[in-house]
Design a protein. Structure first.
Length: 119
């Protein structure tokens, strides 16, 4: 089971970035997917989540109206389109999923991708 993020980088305030997460090793279309982020000195926080078929999404208040999560079950990918970026969006962004198999839960995190918003 593997999640691999890409698309991070340095962007000016007001700019845009698109993160992508490629999943492998599990039936991707059966599980909800999430993006988390961790800023320096802060705890990891949920940014956005999407259900298994892409019909239902949820966002942190701080990113509503600016970020959009989407998924392509044919390609086993989940994306995070980030617009109108602010300095407070800086951090490491992680792709995440939880699989429940019987009475067991398996949490999988990607390695993270750095997003830096700075002029």
């Amino acid at each position: 089971v593997q999640l691999v993020e890409s698309g991070g980088g340095l962007v000016q305030p007001g700019g845009s970035l698109r993160l992508s997460c490629a999943a492998s090793g599990f039936p991707f279309s059966k599980y909800a997917m999430s993006w988390y982020r961790q800023a320096p000195g802060k705890e990891r926080e949920l940014v956005a989540e999407i259900d298994s078929i892409g019909w239902s999404t949820n966002y942190a208040d701080s990113v509503k109206g600016r970020f959009t999560i989407s998924r392509d079950n044919a390609k086993n990918t989940v994306a995070l389109q980030m617009n109108s970026l602010k300095s407070e969006d800086t951090g490491v962004y992680y792709c995440y999923t939880r699989r429940v198999l019987g009475s067991s839960r398996y949490d999988t995190w990607g390695q993270g991708t750095q997003v830096t918003v700075s002029s």
